[in-house]
Design a protein around this ligand. Structure first.
Ligand code: ARG
Length: 590
């Protein structure tokens, strides 16, 4: 990371220098926002740790540091509280200078990484033939927020949807279509082609056939053998099966692209598990030659257990006893593909927490094979989305809610809420629908992302599509209000001017703006988008406090008016950036 120029960083440097002057470690000077904003803006607890080391009185050390800090133009006052807490109040000068920097910077004061990395993000992970449902929403929303964040920080990100297009399910489907439409040329081994361009199945057909086929495969052993055989034949290139499978993929992709467009999510690569296939034979050869892979009960496996393991970590299966490639093999093959085409320094897999063991196995195998090191591969797990009953989200009829229908419901609810709040009343019907959709997407994404990634959460459409409370629509509305304020100011010829904070609410707003770096660092290093959501909310609230206490357009003093407008514009810029990182698009008006 580039060195922080935020207030916490500057103060920590100053306090660090004071600790160093006492012969202590500079790190003891770390300053953070005070827990007691009524008493101080920033605090430092380093004197207690220092005192323990030196066997000295902590209050004495703290006093010496406070005296040194008072010499900084950033600091208005400082004192020692309790056993040796260092409390600091910032000077108006320090706040003004920082606010000016944020106002002048296109990145609203955000830092960026010093050494950008090549990062692959594997998320989405939908399965061919399976209708996209709410269960796959989290990976998509979290992954998209992280790809936006990592790019914003300066990394070179390649996102890959990594479609599930290659497993046993494909063989199951081929056989199910064969049962329904046995006369199709895809099943005729003697057919010379060309195969029809039009798919024999629609997405609705696939959505119906998929559960049917997997149900049969589970209960009927003979059928399962057939399915495994079809999968193996597909993988080894039987032309009719490949042609039919391509239809499955294309039909599915049309639906997925529609959903992605509706959610505003983009992928750089639309690759899938099947793209790993060409790499498998050489991986098997390579790992065999180096005695990393072994032949066990008819399958090629790689052992990954370690002596230090507290749980059982089974081997990965590269090629199973039918000669087919399963989930392990496709993930290892994909690692080799990515190493050659991208050479990523970091790969992030945004996938359900329940797949933790799978990734642990694959990462270990990659490490053992010397492909990509384990420490450059991270599984970012997440919890499930539950309904109000605490069970995985279902439709009222008990089925799994299709994402398409879910978004439709959210759009309708958003429209109803806007009507209640008398929003969007004076725009065209088309624009109102567009605004309602933006409100719905803001609600869906914010409600998901504002939860700590690793926890389960309860999805409650009514609560999340509200213009009040910590919600996406509340923040969207806040941003729209600042936008319209900026437009009015422009129409009235009011120009932003030098920032000079006076009121407590103004100071609080600058401190909130200054917190952006901290939020970015936390979200980036922990890969936790909820930290961005928290920041957006803090900023939105600080702005409403400011706007209530410091009216802008009706202010008679032109200097104050210009200063406040500059603060409002800086807030708007930062709010737009942070909502953008969450994946929320702000309409012009509401
Ligand atoms: N298609 C998988 C599933 O639905 C998720 C894929 C995740 N990515 C990966 N590289 N394994 O469970």
């Amino acid at each position: 990371m580039t060195k922080s120029q935020d207030l916490a960083g500057l103060l920590s440097d100053a306090a660090g220098a004071a600790f160093a002057a006492l012969g202590l470690e500079a790190q003891l000077g770390a300053m953070r926002r005070s827990d007691r904003p009524d008493l101080a803006d920033f605090q430092c607890n380093g004197a207690m740790a220092a005192a323990k080391k030196l066997g000295k009185n902590p209050r004495e050390i703290a006093s010496a540091v406070v005296e040194a800090l008072k010499a900084s133009p950033l600091v208005a006052s400082g004192d020692v509280a309790g056993p040796g807490f260092i409390n600091v109040r910032l000077s108006a000068e320090g706040l003004n200078k920082r606010a000016e920097e944020i106002a002048a910077d296109a990145r609203a004061g955000a830092w960026r990484v010093e050494t950008p990395r090549r990062v692959v993000m594997d998320f989405g992970g939908w399965n061919v033939a399976k209708e996209m449902h709410i269960g796959h929403l989290r990976s998509t929303v979290i992954g998209d927020s992280l790809q936006r964040l990592f790019r914003f920080m300066g990394d070179a990100v390649t996102s890959d949807v990594h479609l599930g297009d290659w497993g046993l399910q494909m063989g199951q489907l081929i056989n199910e279509v064969k049962l329904e439409q046995p006369g199709l040329p895809y099943f005729d081994a003697g057919f010379a082609g060309p195969y029809p361009d039009v798919s024999p199945v629609t997405m609705d057909d696939l959505g119906r056939l998929y559960p049917l086929a997997s149900g049969k495969s589970k209960t009927d052993e003979a059928r399962r053998d057939e399915d495994r055989k079809a999968t193996q034949e597909l993988q080894s290139g039987r032309p009719g099966y490949r042609a039919l499978w391509r239809h499955f993929c294309n039909v599915t992709r049309v639906g997925l692209e529609r959903e992605c467009a509706s959610l505003g999510v983009k992928f750089d690569l639309w690759k899938g598990e099947s793209d790993a296939e060409p790499f498998i034979p050489e991986i098997v050869e390579d790992l065999k030659a180096r005695s990393i892979s072994e032949f066990d009960a008819g399958a090629w496996i790689v052992r990954v257990a370690r002596e230090t393991d507290k749980k059982e970590v089974p081997p990965i299966i590269l090629v199973n006893r039918d000669g087919a490639i399963g989930y392990h093999g496709s993930d290892l093959g994909t690692i080799v593909d990515r190493k050659r085409s991208i050479d990523p320094q970091l790969t992030l897999y945004v996938v359900d927490q329940r797949q933790a063991l799978h990734f642990e196995q694959v990462f270990r195998a990659s490490d053992r094979a010397g492909y990509l090191p384990e420490k450059a591969l991270e599984h970012l797990g997440f919890g499930t989305v539950n309904g109000p009953d605490g069970k995985p989200f279902k439709t009222r009829e008990g089925g799994i809610l299709k994402l398409h229908e879910f978004i439709g419901q959210a759009d309708a609810t958003a429209m109803a809420r806007m009507q209640e709040a008398e929003l969007g009343a004076d725009v065209s019907e088309a624009e109102r629908a567009d605004i309602a959709h933006k409100v719905a997407v803001a609600a869906i994404k914010f409600s998901d992302l504002s939860n700590v990634r690793t926890t389960n959460y309860i999805f409650d459409l009514e609560r999340f599509i509200s213009f009040e409370g910590k919600t996406g629509p509340y923040l969207l509305y806040a941003a729209v209000r600042v936008k319209s304020l900026a437009r009015r100011a422009e129409a009235e010829g009011v120009k932003p001017g030098p920032i000079s904070v006076e009121l407590d609410a103004e100071r609080a707003l600058v401190l909130a703006l200054d917190g952006f770096n901290d939020a970015l660092r936390g979200a980036y290093e922990k890969r936790m988008p909820h930290i961005l959501c928290d920041h957006a909310y803090t900023l939105g609230q600080a702005f409403s406090g400011f706007y209530a206490a410091a009216p802008i357009l009706v202010e008679s003093d032109p200097v104050k008016k210009a200063s406040r407008l500059a603060l409002a514009l800086a807030t708007l810029k930062q709010l737009e950036i942070v909502l953008g990182l969450i994946g929320i698009d702000i309409p012009e008006r509401m």
